[in-house]
Ligand binder design. Structure first.
Ligand SMILES: [Zn+2]
Length: 409
C-alpha cells in the first residue's frame, strides 16, 4: 500500500526507532527463526527498484532513505523472501488512465524480473509452492510476484494470463478506491462487491492458479470471493476489526469463514490500522503538502530524499504524534492466532508500503515475532506455518484447482 499517509507513517516509525537489544531475542528463538522458511506476503519494495542508484544489495539503514527491505537486512532478520508487489495507485478510470495503469504495471513487473536477473546468486523467481524451500536451501532469496490493485488489467483483462506466464501468483482486486473490478474497503459501494468483470477475473485467476487477495477490498467483495472462488484465498496485509474497527481490518465472523474455507490472514504492521493514532489536522495538512511537493513515485534522488526527511523531521518536531508499537502489532497477531488457529495466520507487514512500528522498524527485527510466538506458547510447527507454511498451502491449493480446471476442460 503506497499512498501519502502510508509512506509517512513508515518514516515516523523509522524516526522513533529504538535499537533492538539482543537480549530481547533468545538464542533459541534466533536459531529457530534462521532455520525456518520466513516469507512476508506483502513486500512493496519493488517501488524502490526504479530509484536512481538504489540497489537491493546495499544496506540502506544509514541513509535513512525510507527503505525497509534490502539483502543485508533480509539476512539479519532471517527473511527468506515473499511476495514482491506490482502496486499501482488508483487514479481516474478513463481509457487513457487505464492504459497508463497497464503500462505502469508491466514496467513494475519487468523491474522485479530485472532485479532477479541482475542478482542470480542472491535471488530467484519462485513459481510454484514447492519452489520456496528449494530456493532458500540454495542460499537465495525467494521472489514470488503479486499484484496490489488489478487496475493494470482494466483495459485488457486477458493480460492476466501474460502476467501469470511472467510469474504472477497473487492478485489483490482493489486499492483505496473502487476500480473496474470491484469496490474498495475505503470507498462507498459502486458495484456492491465485484463487478461483472471482477467476477470473470476471479474465475480466470482460479483457472490459472493465482491466489486471490482480499486486502483493500470491501466486505461485499470478501463475501463474494468466499462464494465464487474455487480455491481458498488470503488477506495479504490486513488486521482485526475486533482490536481496531477500521475499514482496512476484518471482523471476526468473516475471518472465521475465511479460515473454514482454508484461507489465511497475514497481519499488517501499518500503525494507523493497528490502533487509533491521533494526528492534528495541521499535521495531516503539512504531511500531505510535503508528499505532494516531493511526489511519491520512487524517483527521488538521494539529495531530495535527504531534504524531504529533514522537512519531515521538522513537522514531527512541530506536531509530535505517538506511533503504534511492537506490542500493538503482536496484539493483532495473537488475537488472530487464538481466533483462527495457527494454520490460518501469517505475516504481511506492508514493508516499504507504510508498515513498521516502534520496535519493528524494518525486516531486521523479524526475529522478535518468533520470540513473541514462542513466549505465547506456540510450537515450532505452529510458527513454521505462520511464517510460510500457510501461504504455501494456499498457493498449492490454487495450483490444484488450476490443474483440475485444465483436466475438466
Ligand atoms: Zn496496501
Amino acid at each position: 500500500m503506497k499512498h501519502v499517509v502510508g509512506t509517512l507513517a513508515a518514516c515516523l516509525a523509522l524516526a522513533c526507532a529504538v535499537p533492538l537489544s539482543a537480549a530481547e531475542v533468545s538464542e533459541r528463538a534466533a536459531r529457530l527463526h534462521q532455520r525456518l522458511l520466513v516469507l512476508d506476503t506483502h513486500l512493496d519494495t519493488p517501488a524502490n527498484f526504479a530509484r536512481p542508484g538504489w540497489s537491493i544489495l546495499d544496506d540502506h539503514t544509514a541513509q535513512r532513505d525510507f527503505a525497509q527491505v534490502d539483502l543485508p537486512r533480509m539476512r539479519k532478520g532471517g527473511l527468506d523472501g515473499g511476495f514482491w508487489v506490482v502496486y499501482t495507485g488508483q487514479g481516474d478510470r478513463t481509457p487513457e488512465a487505464n492504459r497508463r495503469a497497464r503500462d505502469h504495471g508491466l514496467v513494475r513487473l519487468a523491474q522485479i524480473r530485472e532485479m532477479v536477473a541482475a542478482h542470480p546468486d542472491q535471488f530467484e523467481l519462485a513459481l510454484r509452492a514447492d519452489d520456496a524451500r528449494r530456493i532458500a536451501d540454495a542460499g537465495k532469496r525467494v521472489v514470488y510476484i503479486s499484484m496490489e490493485n488489478a487496475t493494470p488489467l482494466a483495459s485488457d483483462p486477458s493480460l492476466l494470463s501474460a502476467y501469470h506466464a511472467l510469474g504472477l501468483r497473487m492478485l489483490g482486486i482493489t486499492h483505496m478506491r473502487n476500480n473496474e473490478f470491484g469496490d474498495s474497503s475505503n470507498a462507498p459501494p459502486e458495484w456492491n462487491g465485484l463487478s461483472p468483470a471482477g467476477k470473470a477475473l476471479v474465475a480466470e485467476a482460479n483457472r490459472l492458479g493465482i491466489v486471490l487477495d482480499a486486502s483493500h477490498a470491501s466486505d461485499q467483495v470478501f463475501d463474494q470471493l468466499l462464494e465464487l472462488s474455487r480455491a481458498p484465498f488470503v488477506l495479504s496485509h490486513s488486521g482485526a476489526d475486533a482490536l481496531y474497527d477500521n475499514p482496512r481490518n476484518i471482523d471476526d465472523a468473516r475471518l472465521r469463514r475465511l479460515a473454514e474455507n482454508g484461507g489465511v490472514i497475514h497481519v499488517n504492521a501499518y500503525g494507523g490500522y493497528l490502533v487509533p493514532l491521533e494526528q492534528s489536522e495541521e499535521r495531516k495538512r503539512e504531511l500531505a503538502e510535503l508528499d505532494a511537493r516531493y511526489g511519491n513515485d520512487g524517483s527521488l534522488t538521494a539529495a531530495q530524499i535527504t531534504q524531504k526527511l529533514r522537512e519531515r523531521d521538522a513537522i514531527d518536531a512541530r506536531h509530535p504524534v505517538s506511533n503504534a508499537t511492537f506490542d500493538d502489532y503482536m496484539n493483532h497477531v495473537l488475537h488472530l492466532v487464538r481466533l483462527l488457529g495457527p494454520e490460518h495466520v501469517g505475516i504481511g507487514a506492508d514493508w516499504d508500503g507504510g508498515g513498521g512500528v516502534a520496535g519493528l522498524e524494518d525486516v531486521g527485527a523479524l526475529p522478535r515475532i518468533t520470540q513473541a510466538l514462542l513466549d505465547a506458547g506456540y510450537s515450532e510447527e505452529d510458527i513454521a506455518n505462520i511464517w510460510s507454511g500457510n501461504v504455501l498451502r494456499v498457493l498449492g491449493e490454487a495450483e490444484r484447482v488450476a490443474k483440475e480446471t485444465a483436466g475438466a476442460g
